[in-house]
Design a protein around this ligand. Structure first.
Ligand code: C5P
Length: 220
């Protein structure tokens, strides 16, 4: 069965500052998008990698991926679900690994764990436990949230293309922060595998500094 990685890179992603979206900023001379691409493309069980980009970022993406076998770039949409849908439309069947471009490092063992777990479920996602106390509130604590059993869900996320298509149809375009959310909402069985700290999404300046340090230490 084919395994197609879909890297969603169509976000504007400038929250951390800088004049280009975070997926086109560089870590150790290589763009974040190229790091994510190379991590998946080099995996022996990944058949191909397709990249979804915003219409006004096609040129940036072509430059970032120069020399790589990425096929036609796919044009994404206004929100994440539109971008994933565009990627899914380009994939006829098989397994898809949906991955955020904003997560430059993906250890190969995580992909192995996901593909192995997918044999028993409709989907598989990497997760990490929470270390901090959890609460609701703004400015003051309104309520504490029981932490046990809570998980942080990362990407890549593995699904059978037809299951994800079904779940996204059921969601009817409702906003979701990831695809496991729509799979669970559709009543499908999404299994968890051990995630990895290096898979953290680049969101804050501190994330960025951590990613640069990881790369400089050749830990990825
Ligand atoms: O903004 P956030 O960090 O949650 O985005 C997660 C991933 O989804 C990023 O890799 C971003 O490029 C992608 N995305 C997308 N299309 C959008 C919005 C986000 O491909 N319209």
């Amino acid at each position: 069965m084919t395994v197609t990685a879909l890297i969603v890179a169509a976000g504007s992603g400038t929250r951390m500052g800088g004049d280009v979206p975070k997926q086109f900023r560089r870590i150790g001379g290589k763009t974040v998008l190229a790091h994510a691409f190379d991590a998946l493309a080099s995996h022996p069980r990944v058949t191909s990698v397709r990249v979804i980009v915003a219409p006004d970022q096609l040129e940036l993406a072509r430059e970032a991926l120069a020399g790589r076998d990425c096929g036609e770039l796919i044009v994404g949409g206004a929100d994440r679900a539109d971008s994933v849908r565009a990627g899914l439309d380009a994939v006829a069947e098989g397994i898809v690994l949906v991955h955020d471009a904003a997560r430059p490092f993906c250890p190969p063992e995580v992909v192995d764990r996901l593909l192995d777990a997918l044999r028993q479920g409709d989907g598989a996602v990497p997760v990490l436990p929470l270390a901090d106390t959890l609460a609701r509130g703004r400015g003051r604590l309104d309520a504490m949230v029981e932490r046990s059993g809570m998980l942080r869900v990362q990407t890549p996320q593995a699904f059978h293309a037809e299951d994800l298509r079904y779940a996204m149809d059921e969601a009817g375009g409702a906003a979701a922060t990831d695809e496991s959310s729509v799979m669970v909402a559709a009543g499908l069985k999404v299994l968890t595998v051990e995630g990895d700290p290096s898979l953290e999404k680049l969101t804050t300046d501190a994330d960025w500094r951590r990613a640069e340090a990881l790369q400089a230490a050749q830990m990825i």
